[in-house]
Design a protein around this ligand. Structure first.
Ligand code: LLP
Length: 386
């Protein structure tokens, strides 16, 4: 089954570009809202790092969702898009002073803090402004996620978070500071996770920690379990909306929230992944000795996931119904890793055909680079092109 695309509109645009199905995005947001609202105390923030295209941010803002940011640039993008500052959270292992100040100036909801030196700087900068910053601590739960090694974050060996052993000390330090207010704990174990068992393991760790802190009389209102829910890259048409129901049910069944606590989520890929496509044109079909290559005008500068994580994005020739043949689909960049897929089955390809690379809404456009002095791809929505 192929996706449906406004090909005649595409012909007026310069390729490669990203095309976002904003109806699907709205539908996805609706499902997230309905599934999370069942529990009364679940709040979902959008992880802006997945896609910060202003047109996408606008649709997400309209849904009422808050934002999880990891840089001053992302905070600015969210404020520009009209997200209320009190729904903005700022995370990240290396926050620069100006980024912290930006957050303080706008009174964002919370800083997710990853070390004592960072806590000290936030306390100092907040004191200078006569403010008190809400802080949550990112705890490294040492939980393995069954995903690509480069996108696992919750192992003791990763740079992220504060270890379980150091946690008590860090909280004590925060409780002794005048310009930070300790409001909760933050976790994130990795991305593109499809095995709910990984989230169950995280829940057990959170329960363990809460019990330990409670025994010391330490309570808080805010637990943030990050994001990480994966999408079905192999079946973008059959499963355009990820398994939000089982995701939230997993937390409802396994995480023991205390009365009055709110559970926060930071979902990126599962919200925007399936609505995006990288649209490119075939420059040449080249016959090699043993195989044939489809050479596209899109390359790893436009979508780096295959080169960086061995990721696979389903490809479709959206301008041909001819018999299927096998191609190695490659880009024009001077790197041997500039390959989108080997032995990809496509309807017979000729110069000028349009290839859609599916499930590219998350970590696609936002990770594009100007390597080889290439232009950054533009992003268009179905709202604009309909
Ligand atoms: N919260 C934190 C603290 C994170 O580090 C991340 C993603 C998220 C939330 C959102 O995770 P998601 O729901 O999107 O899985 N570039 C890689 C993915 C890197 C993910 C980084 N952190 C890729 O293309 O697969």
């Amino acid at each position: 089954m192929k996706g449906t695309f406004p090909v005649s509109k595409f012909r007026e645009l310069q390729t490669p570009f990203y095309y976002y199905d904003t109806d699907l995005l709205r539908e996805t947001l609706e499902v997230v809202k309905n599934e999370s609202d069942r529990y009364g105390n679940y709040v979902v923030h959008y992880a802006v790092k997945a896609n910060a295209n202003p047109k996408i941010l606008e649709v997400i803002r309209d849904s009422g969702m808050g934002a999880d940011c990891v840089s001053g640039g992302e905070i600015k993008a969210c404020l520009d898009a009209g997200f209320p500052a009190e729904k903005v959270v700022f995370a990240g292992v290396g926050k620069a002073d100006w980024e912290i100040e930006l957050g303080l100036d706008h009174d964002i909801f919370c800083f997710n803090v990853e070390s004592i030196p960072e806590l000290e700087v936030i306390n100092e900068l907040a004191a200078a402004k006569g403010k008190t910053a809400n802080v949550a601590f990112r705890i490294n739960p040492d939980v393995a996620a069954h995903t690509h090694a480069n996108i696992t974050t919750g192992l003791a060996e990763n740079k992220f978070g504060i270890s379980m052993e150091d946690m008590d000390h860090v909280i004590d330090v925060a409780l002794g500071m005048d310009h930070v207010k300790f409001i909760g704990l933050h976790f994130h174990i990795g991305s593109q996770i499809l095995d709910m068992g990984d989230f169950v393991a995280l829940c057990h760790r959170v329960n363990e920690l809460q019990d330990r802190l409670e025994a010391r009389g330490i309570t808080f209102g805010h637990v943030n379990v990050g994001g990480g829910l994966g999408i079905d890259y192999d079946h973008p048409n059959e499963q355009p909306i990820p398994e939000f129901q089982s995701y939230f049910v997993t937390y409802a069944e396994h995480l023991k929230l205390r009365p009055g606590q709110t559970l926060y989520f930071e979902l990126g890929r599962s919200i925007v992944g399936q609505c995006g496509n990288l649209i490119s044109k075939v420059l040449y079909v080249k016959q090699g000795a043993k195989k044939q290559f489809a050479i596209l005008d899109a390359g790893m500068t436009d979508l780096i996931r295959p080169a960086l994580y061995d990721a696979y994005h389903q490809m479709e020739n959206i301008t041909s119904e001819a018999a299927v043949e096998s191609y190695d689909v490659v880009g024009p960049i001077c790197e041997s890793s500039d390959v989108f897929g080997k032995e990809v089955k496509l309807n017979q390809v000729k110069r000028g055909d349009y290839i859609a690379m599916r499930s590219a809404g998350a970590y696609g456009e936002i990770m594009a680079s100007g390597y080889n002095c290439r232009q950054l791809p533009q992003g268009y929505t179905s709202d604009e092109l309909s």
